[in-house]
Ligand binder design. Structure first.
Ligand SMILES: NC(=O)c1ccc[n+]([C@@H]2O[C@H](COP(=O)([O-])OP(=O)(O)OC[C@H]3O[C@@H](n4cnc5c(N)ncnc54)[C@H](OP(=O)(O)O)[C@@H]3O)[C@@H](O)[C@H]2O)c1
Length: 317
């Protein structure tokens, strides 16, 4: 199948469909030839009907991806054909897109597409999660699923902010020898590491019982920020934790948080991310890279969760 095409939702899976050609850019539009796109947990949740936002059954999936500029409208002066760009919105599992310049982030020269493809979601999420945590220099912050890509960005940023991070994993992880293993003993293990410093915030992308265990580690008036649902379980937390110690539970999602920043704020956020990237990235391992024709296999590999981020090669036939 040649021409413009994309991966659309189809009965719990995806189907590769021919799409109308988006056409020639006018005004401040940019025509983008998509190159690479990862399969993120949010994509899998979307397909399973468990995502926080409705999925458009008629539009391509794909929370993030990178493409190369193919052509620009007459009002676009700062992007040349071939430059790598990240569309800010969803719909990236496709071959071509027409995007307003204001909804594109220019990738700095020299960054490989495989890396750039993973720069839209997780660095911004980590940055805004840390802001939402309120944790400042010298304070202690907890995060679970500490082996995740978001957690790697949080570690990098927390270190720069002088925030002491306590990592929590569900099972021993040789890559994180100092991480605590989640379980009933978590509060005492956290207290031993935090010593006399109050633990005011926790970042939770597991939910279920994990939220309650994080809450039990916090000082009075601490906050748990829930930004994922990896356990698939509803949050289970004793109401006494909320009343007795006045713990607050707060939800976080990247796109609403970015909407609150406004368009200029989002572009400034990415300026900061590129400055950070110049000084070094956290490990961002790439897993198997597959064409869209092998989407079912790609999704199965992503669900297995081993060996780096599964990506689509969107330019492969
Ligand atoms: N709200 C937002 O805007 C937003 C934005 C970005 C990401 N997220 C969420 O952030 C989370 C992490 O995303 P990611 O892309 O960084 O993930 P990732 O790189 O795919 O990593 C997943 C990690 O989660 C761990 N994990 C999986 N299931 C778990 C469970 N039931 N209990 C505890 N740990 C579990 C895995 O641990 P093992 O190594 O033990 O397998 C692995 O280390 C996801 O929930 C994602 O949806 C939310």
């Amino acid at each position: 199948m040649g021409g413009v095409r994309g991966l659309l939702p189809a009965a719990g899976g995806v189907r590769l469909a021919a799409l109308p050609d988006p056409g020639v850019p006018i005004g401040a539009q940019v025509r983008v030839r998509m190159l690479r796109a990862p399969v993120n947990p949010a994509d899998l949740l979307s397909l399973e009907g468990r995502y926080a936002f409705p999925v458009d059954a008629c539009a391509p999936l794909g929370a993030e991806g990178v493409g190369a500029v193919e052509a620009v409208g007459p009002r676009v002066r700062d992007l040349k054909p071939g430059a790598l760009v990240l569309p800010l919105d969803r719909g990236n599992w496709c071959t071509h897109r027409l995007v307003e310049r204001s909804a594109l982030i220019a990738v700095p020269p020299g960054m490989e597409p495989a890396t750039a493809a993973m720069m839209r979601i997780n660095p911004a999420t980590a940055q805004l999660l840390l802001n939402a945590s309120g944790a400042s220099r010298g304070e202690v912050l907890l995060q679970n699923a500490a082996g995740s890509a978001v957690a790697r960005w949080v570690r990098l940023l927390a270190e720069r902010r002088g925030v002491e991070l306590i990592d929590i994993v569900r099972r021993p992880d040789p890559a994180l020898p100092r991480a605590l293993v989640d379980g009933p003993e978590l509060p005492s293990a956290v207290a031993a590491l935090a010593r006399d410093r109050p633990v005011r915030a926790a970042l939770d992308c597991v939910a279920g019982g994990a939220t309650a265990r994080l809450a039990a580690c916090l000082a009075a008036e601490g906050r748990v920020i829930v930004f994922g649902h990896l356990s698939g379980e509803p949050i289970a937390i004793a109401s006494q934790a909320l009343t007795g110690r006045q713990i607050t539970l707060r939800g976080f999602s990247l796109r609403p948080a970015e909407a609150a920043l406004g368009q200029e704020g989002v572009h400034r956020l990415f300026d900061g991310i590129w400055r950070l990237a110049e000084e070094g990235l956290p490990p961002l391992p790439v897993g198997p890279v597959l064409p869209m024709t092998e989407a079912a296999h790609a999704l199965a590999l992503a669900r297995q969760g081993a060996g780096g981020r599964v990506q689509f090669d969107l330019s492969a036939e």
